[in-house]
Write a new protein. Structure first.
Length: 135
């Protein structure tokens, strides 16, 4: 890497229900909260530790806030998280136990899964042994 960009600091989104979001990321994906910041009275945002210094931040949405279109130009199609292949199987079992929809897919001979979080964000668990995206 050059001297310019050297990683992702954070990805930010709004949470429909923060308790549900915290439980999903903690119980299903074993992602802990790095910090909780009070940006304004009764408005917090939670930073989930993605490793390497990067976080996935969720801000509390205002009650009644409408959902937006996700598959639009400039919209987030999905967030791919790198993990050990065995953990993908573990998460798959946790999703099955919760009757949570997910889609398995083979990529470059590796098992990966896609699923939505409680806020409608599509996540992909991508195996660390799956090679690089450079080729």
């Amino acid at each position: 890497m050059g001297t310019g960009i050297n990683g992702v600091n954070h990805v930010a989104s709004l949470a429909r229900n923060m308790d549900e979001t915290v439980a999903f990321y903690g119980d299903v994906l074993e992602i802990g909260i790095q910090r909780v910041v009070s940006d304004a009275p009764s408005h917090k945002h939670y930073a989930f530790d993605l490793g390497g210094g990067g976080t996935l931040d969720f801000f509390e949405a205002a009650p009644g806030m409408a959902e937006g279109a996700r598959d639009t130009i400039g919209g987030l199609n999905h967030l791919a998280l790198t993990t050990d292949p065995a953990f993908i199987t573990t998460v798959e079992e946790r999703l099955k136990e919760r009757n949570w929809d997910y889609r398995p897919e083979e990529r470059a001979g590796q098992h990966t899964i896609y699923f939505k979080d409680p806020n409608g964000i599509t996540l992909q668990l991508y195996p660390a042994t799956g090679g690089t995206r450079a080729s």
